[in-house]
Design a protein around this ligand. Structure first.
Ligand code: NDP
Length: 310
């Protein structure tokens, strides 16, 4: 080993452990809803087409929903299903009182308009938090369904740093699913927020300002160690599949997952960092379960925070 190599100093944020705590809290909340209100939260996931990664995610969502004691239903539609058939299905689910959460797995086949499909979901059942009403409510500080991945990131940040108020946060990425709602949540937590994107100038300098650096870009290991301010808390949302390090195995097509941050470099600079896998990833489904309980509680006039309190 090279003795000049920098010493790893960052503490690794354990997203699996945090997600397990959330799932346990959700399961307790579900018990309470059943026992005291005769209410069983229900989540319906709709998947269109054959995208293998989407089928894996949907299976995991179904398993974890059932494990938490909720009703899970998965509706699989063929890739060539007409959009109006999907819209009619959503209308039926909107009207079904047993369904508290509706999630349409993205991406949709090219002939469908994802915006129109999301707009058709009752905002109160939009457990992904992608409906424009929920995005608007989040931005003006009203109770909203909050997108699961950024919600999970904020939970990890609060568990790691406590009060976030006054911290400099830089979010790299401005998608409606991750970057923008992440920035809104950090703003709501009283951070000073910068959103960077593909047109931003001098990204390394922007990143170096961050006490909290959230990477949601989708480019393997783009954020280098020397872009990170010493002691910063780094949340790596990226999930990228790259060839494995062993050239022989790589030649056989074996892959590994990496984030948007060069993890080994970041380890010697950051104060805290999420690994990939095992960081943000597990939080997403845990927050989906939490959002489903929230939707069920609100549908019955109950306070979700009280129901989900430890
Ligand atoms: P999108 O492709 O929708 O958005 C990527 C963002 O990164 C865009 O705003 C884009 O900028 C910006 N960007 C791209 N290239 C650069 C660059 N060179 N410099 C600066 N910014 C750049 O991706 P998502 O937000 O949906 O996802 C981001 C990553 O997070 C992906 O790896 C995805 O797999 C992962 N992900 C992980 C989840 C989890 O559960 N852990 C859930 C969701 C996503 P511009 O707008 O200018 O094009």
């Amino acid at each position: 080993m090279n003795s000049d190599a920098p010493t790893p100093s960052a503490r690794i944020i354990d997203g699996r452990a945090s997600a397990a705590r959330i799932r346990a809290r959700v399961a307790r909340a579900v018990e309470t809803l059943k026992r005291e209100h005769d209410l069983v939260p229900g989540l319906t996931v709709v998947i269109v087409g054959d995208d293998p990664a989407s089928h894996v995610y949907v299976r995991q969502k179904g398993e974890q929903t059932r494990e938490a004691g909720m009703v899970s239903d998965t509706i699989r539609l063929d890739a060539d299903t007409p959009e109006d058939e999907l819209l009619r299905l959503i209308a039926r689910l909107n009207a079904d009182a047993r369904v508290h959460g509706i999630l349409v797995q993205l991406p949709l086949p090219a002939h469908m308009n994802a915006d129109a499909v999301i707009a058709a979901i009752d905002p109160a059942k939009d457990v992904d938090g992608f409906h424009v009403q929920n995005a608007g409510r989040l931005s003006v500080g009203l109770p909203a369904m909050v997108p699961c991945t950024p919600l999970g990131c904020r939970i990890l940040l609060e568990e790691t740093l406590g009060d976030l108020s006054g911290l400099e946060a830089v979010v790299v990425g401005r998608s409606n699913i991750v970057g923008k709602p992440m920035a809104q949540l950090l703003l709501a937590s009283h951070c000073t927020v910068t959103i960077a994107h593909s047109r931003s100038r001098d990204l390394p300098a922007l990143c170096r300002r961050a006490d909290i650096l959230v990477a949601a870009v989708g480019r393997p290991e783009m954020i280098r160690g020397d872009w990170i301010s010493p002691g910063a808390c780094v949340i790596d949302v990226g999930i990228n599949r790259v060839p494995t390090r062993d050239p022989e195995l790589a030649a056989q097509g074996k892959t590994r997952l990496v984030g948007d941050v060069a993890f080994d470099e970041a380890l010697s600079v950051a104060g805290h960092i999420t690994p990939v896998p095992g960081g943000v990833g597990p939080m997403t489904i845990a927050c989906l379960l939490m959002n489903t309980v929230t939707a069920a509680a609100r549908a019955h006039g109950l306070d979700p925070e009280a129901i989900l309190a430890d």
